[in-house]
Ligand binder design. Structure first.
Ligand SMILES: Cc1cc2nc3c(=O)[nH]c(=O)nc-3n(C[C@H](O)[C@H](O)[C@H](O)COP(=O)(O)OP(=O)(O)OC[C@H]3O[C@@H](n4cnc5c(N)ncnc54)[C@H](O)[C@@H]3O)c2cc1C
Ligand code: SF4
Length: 496
């Protein structure tokens, strides 16, 4: 433990955010730079608990008290060694993880928790700046080949680990750039894309091959992939959005959130926004929120990203609506410490300006004579508990039309795309439509493994990395009979 009185002396402080008016004019990261001294102070708040619940709260089993101590001692190289032993990409999680470790931090029982995510980002950035992040190609190759299909955080983590084990790894991606939702989902103001390019340079130097613009199951048939590689690792994500099939859905002005978000990321990258990231023309053309009344339907992270993007486009108004009731402002009694708390979350995008409403149902999209969206028909809901199940009931007399020229559907994702890759491989799926596995090995074909959102369902980047690592270890064991890759410490809390 670096400083026994640190948690008494220092308060939790995060890097300052850029001024709202300034940041609405660009897509740059919101946080301002920080100093090594700032990180040291925050790391000093760690109490080095006998039972570090933070460690159990992290899906990766990050060894948090140890790296906090190393940062307090200003031994950044050692901090990097500890952090990178459990997390392949702390430069991503240090920026965009909702930090379940902080919800589990013991200090959080009666004080603000240790700023673990900030310390993690600091370690990663200092490590890149000081040259501690090096490409380390494996000493020996095994002669085995692995195809990883999909280049999101799960695919990248699996590729990094399988390459480390000595296998020759090729990553296939149908989009025009590597990164999955890191690249074409999460906006630049949360994660600037040079962070992905910087990491890819390290991975390429370690011997991993990346092939973009290849839709496996369409451009390459599964039988060819299975013939050419010893093992196939599927990490294609959960890409089928939940639709809202109500009257007026076909109107111009009603679009899935991902179409809107991925176009913006392409625009920031200076790429064409007339064809999508798979090379297919955008069915709905270029989508802009400028001067429009925007309603985002869905209260989660994707919805919040649509809010931030719409404000940057210069929307006339931005409203986010949610079917479920407003969560409590503090931790709900049903999710006491150290569990991931059910509570109201306000993102940096919400802070930039947005009306938020809960317990609202959308009954219809209303169009003008040209088939263009002009309003949403909404109704307030009351949620009643009947036989232990929540039932929604419309509040009489609350139905109304609100002006809206752009409605973005952000109600989550159902499961991976079935046609193409999964049908071509003839894989069994679970009851939710995800790839069915036993210890990451598909139940249909022993040479095919799966990880990330494609196996687990829509989740988080930290879980995708954890899945990629665990699946790589299972695959390595299958190929070699045993695996030298690190096993994850058993996580008691990380189930969300
Ligand atoms: C808008 C948005 C914002 C989010 N924000 C956050 C956040 O702030 N923090 C957080 O922790 N999580 C966030 N998430 C969730 C997180 O991004 C995902 O859980 C994570 O990216 C899943 O990783 P993955 O590798 O399993 O899949 P993905 O990232 O979805 O990557 C899958 C890749 O596989 C490719 N692919 C699919 N099929 C094929 C095929 N047949 N051939 C070749 N390639 C194929 C796809 O093109 C894609 O690039 C967000 C999600 C969205 C949609
Ligand atoms: S639970 Fe919090 S205070 Fe305890 S070791 Fe982890 S980060 Fe430090």
């Amino acid at each position: 433990m670096g400083k026994p009185t640190g948690f008494l002396e220092f308060t939790r402080e995060l890097p300052k955010k850029r001024d709202v008016t300034a940041r609405l004019h660009d897509y740059k990261e919101i946080e301002q730079p920080f100093s090594e001294a700032d990180s040291q102070k925050q790391a000093a708040r760690c109490m080095d608990c006998g039972t570090p619940f933070c460690h159990s709260g992290c899906p990766l089993g990050n060894i948090i008290p140890e790296f906090n101590d190393a940062v307090y001692e200003q031994n950044w190289e050692y901090a990097w060694e500890i952090l990178s032993s459990t997390n392949n990409f702390p430069e991503f999680t240090g920026r965009i993880c909702p930090a379940p470790c902080e919800s589990a931090c013991v200090l959080g029982i009666n004080k603000p928790p240790v700023a673990i995510e900030f310390v993690e980002k600091s370690i990663a950035e200092v490590a890149f700046a000081k040259g501690y992040v090096k490409s380390v190609p494996p000493m020996k190759r095994t002669g085995k080949t692995v195809a990883v299909v999909g280049s999101g955080p799960a695919g990248l983590a699996a590729a990094a680990q399988l390459n480390k084990a000595g296998h020759m790894v090729t990553v296939f991606e149908r989009a025009d750039q590597i990164g999955g939702l890191l690249r074409y989902g999460i906006p630049d103001f949360k994660l600037e894309k040079w962070t992905i390019d910087r990491r890819l340079a390290v991975m390429e130097a370690e011997g991993i091959t990346f092939r973009t613009g290849v839709n496996v199951g369409v451009d390459i048939k599964a039988k060819d992939l299975l013939a050419d590689f010893n093992l196939v690792m599927l990490t294609g994500g959960s890409t089928v959005p939940r639709d809202l099939p109500i009257p007026g859905r076909e109107l111009t002005g009603v679009y899935p959130a991902m179409e809107f978000l991925s176009q913006q990321n392409k625009r920031v990258a200076g790429r064409s926004v007339t064809i999508d990231h798979r090379g297919v023309p955008y069915y709905n053309g270029e989508l802009l929120a400028t001067d429009k009344n925007v309603v985002v339907i869905g209260g989660g992270d994707t919805g919040s990203d649509c809010v931030g993007t719409s404000n940057r486009h210069g929307a006339a108004s931005v409203t986010q609506i949610e079917l479920m009731p407003m969560p409590p402002k503090e931790r709900a009694d049903s999710t006491p410490w150290p569990h991931w708390p059910m509570m109201l979350r306000t993102s940096t995008s919400h802070e930039e300006g947005c009306e938020r409403h809960w317990s609202i149902n959308t009954k219809a999209f209303i169009g003008d004579e040209n088939g263009k969206l002009k309003a949403l028909r909404l109704v307030d809901l009351e949620w009643k508990s009947e036989n232990g199940r929540m039932q929604m009931v419309e509040k009489p007399g609350t139905e109304r039309d609100v002006p809206c020229e752009l409605a973005l559907l952000a109600a989550g994702f159902l499961h991976p795309q079935h046609e193409g890759l999964l049908t071509d491989l003839n894989l069994e799926r679970d009851e939710r439509g995800n790839v069915k596995t036993h210890n990451y090995q598909t139940v249909s074909n022993p040479n095919v493994f799966a990880a990330g959102d494609m196996r687990r369902g829509q989740s988080l980047v930290v879980w995708a990395i954890s899945e990629g690592r665990e699946a790589a270890r299972a695959a390595d064991q299958y190929l070699m009979g045993e695996s030298m890759l690190e096993a994850k410490a058993v996580s008691m809390l990380a189930t969300a």
